[in-house]
Design a protein around this ligand. Sequence first.
Ligand SMILES: O=C(CO)[C@H](O)[C@H](O)COP(=O)(O)O
Length: 241
Amino acid sequence: MVKAIIAPSMLSSDFANLASEAERMLNCGADWLHMDIMALHSSAVTECCICALQDGHFVPNLTLGAPIIESLRKHTKAYLDCHLMVTNPLDYVEPLGKAGASGFTFHVEASRDNWQELVQKIKSKGMKPGVSLKPGTPIEEVYPLLDGENSVELVLVMTVEPGFGGQKFMPEMMDKVRTLRKKYPSLDIEVDGGLGPSTIEAATSAGANCIVAGSSVFGAPDPAQVITLLRGSVEEAQKRS
Ligand SMILES: O=C(CO)[C@H](O)[C@H](O)COP(=O)(O)O
Protein backbone atom coordinates (compact mmCIF):
# COMPACT_ATOMS: atom_id res chain seq x y z
CA MET A 1 0.00 0.00 0.00
CA VAL A 2 1.30 3.48 -0.87
CA LYS A 3 1.87 5.86 2.00
CA ALA A 4 -0.23 8.99 2.61
CA ILE A 5 1.99 12.03 2.10
CA ILE A 6 0.81 15.54 2.84
CA ALA A 7 2.95 18.28 1.32
CA PRO A 8 2.01 21.90 2.06
CA SER A 9 2.87 24.12 -0.88
CA MET A 10 5.34 26.71 0.36
CA LEU A 11 4.13 28.97 -2.46
CA SER A 12 1.40 30.03 -0.02
CA SER A 13 3.85 30.69 2.83
CA ASP A 14 5.39 33.96 3.92
CA PHE A 15 8.57 33.83 1.82
CA ALA A 16 10.23 36.38 4.12
CA ASN A 17 10.01 33.79 6.91
CA LEU A 18 10.54 30.60 4.93
CA ALA A 19 12.47 28.66 7.56
CA SER A 20 9.96 29.33 10.34
CA GLU A 21 7.05 28.65 7.97
CA ALA A 22 8.64 25.29 7.09
CA GLU A 23 9.07 24.44 10.75
CA ARG A 24 5.48 25.47 11.46
CA MET A 25 4.18 23.12 8.75
CA LEU A 26 6.30 20.22 9.99
CA ASN A 27 5.04 20.81 13.53
CA CYS A 28 1.51 20.69 12.10
CA GLY A 29 2.18 17.20 10.73
CA ALA A 30 3.43 17.81 7.16
CA ASP A 31 5.39 14.93 5.62
CA TRP A 32 7.04 16.86 2.80
CA LEU A 33 7.45 20.52 1.91
CA HIS A 34 6.38 21.25 -1.66
CA MET A 35 8.64 23.80 -3.35
CA ASP A 36 7.36 25.38 -6.58
CA ILE A 37 10.29 26.35 -8.75
CA MET A 38 9.10 28.61 -11.53
CA ALA A 39 11.74 30.35 -13.57
CA LEU A 40 12.81 31.64 -16.93
CA HIS A 41 15.01 29.44 -19.08
CA SER A 42 18.44 30.93 -18.28
CA SER A 43 19.84 30.88 -21.83
CA ALA A 44 16.64 32.42 -23.17
CA VAL A 45 17.19 35.32 -20.79
CA THR A 46 20.82 35.88 -21.66
CA GLU A 47 20.46 35.29 -25.40
CA CYS A 48 17.39 37.40 -26.03
CA CYS A 49 15.07 39.01 -23.54
CA ILE A 50 12.36 39.43 -26.16
CA CYS A 51 12.36 35.65 -26.83
CA ALA A 52 12.18 35.03 -23.11
CA LEU A 53 9.13 37.20 -22.87
CA GLN A 54 7.51 35.45 -25.81
CA ASP A 55 8.17 31.84 -25.03
CA GLY A 56 10.88 31.49 -22.39
CA HIS A 57 8.41 31.06 -19.58
CA PHE A 58 6.95 27.71 -18.73
CA VAL A 59 4.48 29.50 -16.49
CA PRO A 60 3.70 33.23 -16.13
CA ASN A 61 5.32 33.58 -12.72
CA LEU A 62 8.72 33.63 -11.00
CA THR A 63 9.27 32.11 -7.59
CA LEU A 64 12.45 30.60 -6.22
CA GLY A 65 15.49 28.61 -7.24
CA ALA A 66 18.48 26.66 -5.96
CA PRO A 67 19.90 29.45 -3.71
CA ILE A 68 16.69 29.49 -1.67
CA ILE A 69 16.56 25.68 -1.46
CA GLU A 70 20.16 25.81 -0.22
CA SER A 71 19.28 28.41 2.40
CA LEU A 72 16.23 26.47 3.58
CA ARG A 73 18.22 23.22 3.72
CA LYS A 74 20.42 24.80 6.43
CA HIS A 75 17.33 25.04 8.64
CA THR A 76 15.58 21.72 8.03
CA LYS A 77 16.15 18.05 7.33
CA ALA A 78 12.67 17.78 5.77
CA TYR A 79 11.99 16.19 2.40
CA LEU A 80 11.99 19.07 -0.11
CA ASP A 81 9.64 18.08 -2.92
CA CYS A 82 10.70 20.32 -5.81
CA HIS A 83 8.30 20.88 -8.71
CA LEU A 84 10.13 22.35 -11.67
CA MET A 85 7.98 24.60 -13.82
CA VAL A 86 10.79 25.55 -16.18
CA THR A 87 11.47 25.14 -19.88
CA ASN A 88 14.79 23.33 -19.47
CA PRO A 89 14.79 21.20 -16.31
CA LEU A 90 18.17 19.62 -17.15
CA ASP A 91 19.84 22.96 -16.31
CA TYR A 92 18.56 22.71 -12.73
CA VAL A 93 19.55 19.15 -11.77
CA GLU A 94 23.10 19.91 -10.73
CA PRO A 95 22.34 23.12 -8.77
CA LEU A 96 19.31 21.63 -7.02
CA GLY A 97 21.16 18.43 -6.17
CA LYS A 98 23.93 20.51 -4.59
CA ALA A 99 21.41 22.73 -2.83
CA GLY A 100 19.85 19.74 -1.04
CA ALA A 101 16.60 19.08 -2.92
CA SER A 102 15.06 15.67 -2.15
CA GLY A 103 12.63 15.19 -5.01
CA PHE A 104 12.95 16.60 -8.53
CA THR A 105 9.70 16.60 -10.51
CA PHE A 106 9.93 17.96 -14.03
CA HIS A 107 7.21 18.52 -16.65
CA VAL A 108 6.71 15.99 -19.42
CA GLU A 109 5.90 18.90 -21.76
CA ALA A 110 9.41 20.32 -21.16
CA SER A 111 11.34 17.08 -21.54
CA ARG A 112 9.98 15.22 -24.55
CA ASP A 113 13.43 14.94 -26.13
CA ASN A 114 15.65 14.30 -23.13
CA TRP A 115 13.69 12.69 -20.30
CA GLN A 116 15.94 9.62 -20.14
CA GLU A 117 19.08 11.69 -19.65
CA LEU A 118 17.17 13.82 -17.17
CA VAL A 119 15.96 10.89 -15.03
CA GLN A 120 19.43 9.33 -15.03
CA LYS A 121 21.00 12.61 -13.89
CA ILE A 122 18.39 13.20 -11.18
CA LYS A 123 19.03 9.72 -9.77
CA SER A 124 22.80 10.18 -9.95
CA LYS A 125 22.42 13.27 -7.74
CA GLY A 126 20.50 11.26 -5.15
CA MET A 127 17.08 12.82 -5.80
CA LYS A 128 13.75 11.07 -6.38
CA PRO A 129 12.66 11.61 -9.99
CA GLY A 130 9.08 12.58 -10.72
CA VAL A 131 7.16 13.73 -13.76
CA SER A 132 4.29 16.20 -13.88
CA LEU A 133 1.69 16.95 -16.52
CA LYS A 134 -0.44 19.99 -17.22
CA PRO A 135 -4.24 19.66 -17.39
CA GLY A 136 -4.25 19.59 -21.20
CA THR A 137 -1.69 16.80 -21.50
CA PRO A 138 -3.04 13.25 -21.87
CA ILE A 139 -1.99 10.72 -19.23
CA GLU A 140 -0.61 8.37 -21.90
CA GLU A 141 2.31 10.78 -22.33
CA VAL A 142 3.84 9.68 -19.03
CA TYR A 143 3.65 5.92 -19.66
CA PRO A 144 7.04 5.67 -21.39
CA LEU A 145 8.59 7.34 -18.32
CA LEU A 146 7.10 4.68 -16.05
CA ASP A 147 7.68 1.59 -18.11
CA GLY A 148 11.30 1.91 -19.20
CA GLU A 149 14.63 1.33 -17.50
CA ASN A 150 15.03 4.95 -16.35
CA SER A 151 11.64 5.20 -14.77
CA VAL A 152 10.31 8.01 -12.61
CA GLU A 153 9.07 7.23 -9.09
CA LEU A 154 6.25 9.76 -8.84
CA VAL A 155 3.65 11.29 -11.14
CA LEU A 156 2.29 14.73 -10.30
CA VAL A 157 -1.11 15.29 -11.88
CA MET A 158 -1.76 19.05 -12.02
CA THR A 159 -5.33 19.85 -11.02
CA VAL A 160 -5.00 23.53 -11.99
CA GLU A 161 -2.99 25.27 -14.72
CA PRO A 162 0.47 25.57 -13.14
CA GLY A 163 1.60 29.04 -12.14
CA PHE A 164 -0.35 30.29 -9.16
CA GLY A 165 -1.82 29.13 -5.88
CA GLY A 166 -5.44 29.68 -4.95
CA GLN A 167 -7.03 28.39 -8.16
CA LYS A 168 -10.10 26.16 -8.53
CA PHE A 169 -9.63 22.38 -8.45
CA MET A 170 -10.37 20.65 -11.79
CA PRO A 171 -12.33 17.48 -10.93
CA GLU A 172 -12.08 16.25 -14.53
CA MET A 173 -8.38 15.52 -13.88
CA MET A 174 -9.43 12.64 -11.64
CA ASP A 175 -9.83 10.36 -14.66
CA LYS A 176 -6.06 10.59 -15.09
CA VAL A 177 -5.49 9.65 -11.45
CA ARG A 178 -7.90 6.71 -11.66
CA THR A 179 -6.30 5.39 -14.85
CA LEU A 180 -2.83 5.73 -13.39
CA ARG A 181 -3.73 4.04 -10.09
CA LYS A 182 -5.29 1.09 -11.89
CA LYS A 183 -2.17 0.61 -14.02
CA TYR A 184 0.44 1.33 -11.30
CA PRO A 185 -0.86 0.23 -7.85
CA SER A 186 2.34 1.08 -5.95
CA LEU A 187 3.21 4.38 -7.65
CA ASP A 188 3.31 7.67 -5.74
CA ILE A 189 0.55 9.72 -7.38
CA GLU A 190 0.59 13.37 -6.36
CA VAL A 191 -2.11 15.96 -7.00
CA ASP A 192 -1.58 19.70 -6.86
CA GLY A 193 -3.95 22.62 -7.18
CA GLY A 194 -7.12 23.56 -5.33
CA LEU A 195 -6.90 20.69 -2.83
CA GLY A 196 -8.57 21.17 0.52
CA PRO A 197 -11.36 19.80 2.72
CA SER A 198 -14.01 20.25 0.02
CA THR A 199 -12.07 18.61 -2.84
CA ILE A 200 -9.87 15.99 -1.17
CA GLU A 201 -12.43 13.19 -1.35
CA ALA A 202 -12.50 13.31 -5.18
CA ALA A 203 -8.71 13.04 -5.33
CA THR A 204 -8.23 10.29 -2.77
CA SER A 205 -11.08 8.11 -3.99
CA ALA A 206 -9.49 8.29 -7.47
CA GLY A 207 -6.25 6.98 -5.95
CA ALA A 208 -4.02 9.96 -5.15
CA ASN A 209 -1.72 9.40 -2.15
CA CYS A 210 0.50 12.53 -2.18
CA ILE A 211 -1.46 15.69 -1.57
CA VAL A 212 -0.10 19.15 -2.22
CA ALA A 213 -2.13 21.90 -0.60
CA GLY A 214 -1.25 25.57 -0.37
CA SER A 215 -4.03 28.04 0.39
CA SER A 216 -6.25 25.54 2.21
CA VAL A 217 -3.47 24.79 4.72
CA PHE A 218 -1.78 28.18 5.09
CA GLY A 219 -5.09 30.01 5.06
CA ALA A 220 -6.65 27.85 7.77
CA PRO A 221 -6.94 29.03 11.39
CA ASP A 222 -5.69 25.56 12.36
CA PRO A 223 -3.38 24.11 9.64
CA ALA A 224 -2.77 20.95 11.69
CA GLN A 225 -6.46 20.14 11.56
CA VAL A 226 -6.51 20.47 7.75
CA ILE A 227 -3.38 18.30 7.39
CA THR A 228 -4.97 15.63 9.61
CA LEU A 229 -8.17 15.76 7.56
CA LEU A 230 -6.26 15.40 4.26
CA ARG A 231 -4.26 12.44 5.62
CA GLY A 232 -7.43 10.81 6.98
CA SER A 233 -9.03 11.02 3.55
CA VAL A 234 -6.09 9.22 1.88
CA GLU A 235 -6.11 6.52 4.55
CA GLU A 236 -9.88 6.00 4.42
CA ALA A 237 -9.83 5.71 0.63
CA GLN A 238 -7.06 3.14 0.84
CA LYS A 239 -9.03 1.07 3.38
CA ARG A 240 -12.00 1.10 0.98
CA SER A 241 -10.01 0.04 -2.07
O1 LIG B 1 1.99 24.29 -8.26
C1 LIG B 1 1.28 25.14 -7.83
C2 LIG B 1 0.84 26.21 -8.74
O2 LIG B 1 1.41 25.97 -9.98
C3 LIG B 1 0.88 25.17 -6.38
O3 LIG B 1 1.61 24.20 -5.67
C4 LIG B 1 -0.57 24.88 -6.18
O4 LIG B 1 -1.40 25.66 -6.97
C5 LIG B 1 -0.95 24.86 -4.72
O5 LIG B 1 -1.70 25.92 -4.31
P1 LIG B 1 -3.23 25.82 -3.90
O6 LIG B 1 -3.37 24.63 -3.00
O7 LIG B 1 -3.47 27.12 -3.25
O8 LIG B 1 -4.01 25.61 -5.17
